[in-house]
Design a protein around this ligand. Sequence first.
Ligand code: FES
Ligand code: FES
Length: 155
Amino acid sequence: MIIVNTKKYEIPENIHNKKLSEYIREDLGLTGTKIGCDIGVCGSCTVLVNGEARRSCKLVLSDVEGCEIITIEGISPQDGSLHPLQQAFMDAGAIQCGFCTPGMVLSALALLLKNHRPSRAEIRQALKGNLCRCTGYQQIVDAVETAAKTMYPNQ
Ligand code: FES
Ligand code: FES
């Protein structure tokens, strides 16, 4: 059994060796998780596993038995509004093609859950495993700073 975005899923024995990235996209239809390199280098497949940013292309289902997974589809409120990180990425122009964005947002969320006021250096450190071929990173760091202030205004 795994939990994805608060829903429980029983994993059939015959797919225990399936990659988490493929399961999320193919079996659950959650295509917000992107597969770029598929070898653990680019970070585009990042999801949260028990609150930690993990590369889903480097995990198989048996690795995450009993774990709570959050994908990009699971971070926004039920009312359809955007998560503060999603809004900040849009407002800062931190998105161009968008392929890296779900992984970036989830790596940033893992950081902000632990560190409510990261420095720009800490943001860069947390995102160093997420490659973006478009934006140049400056606006991405800006967006994470802004989201931190929105999420934790009294820090
Ligand atoms: S697709 Fe997983 S790290 Fe690139
Ligand atoms: S926005 Fe295109 S790879 Fe980052």
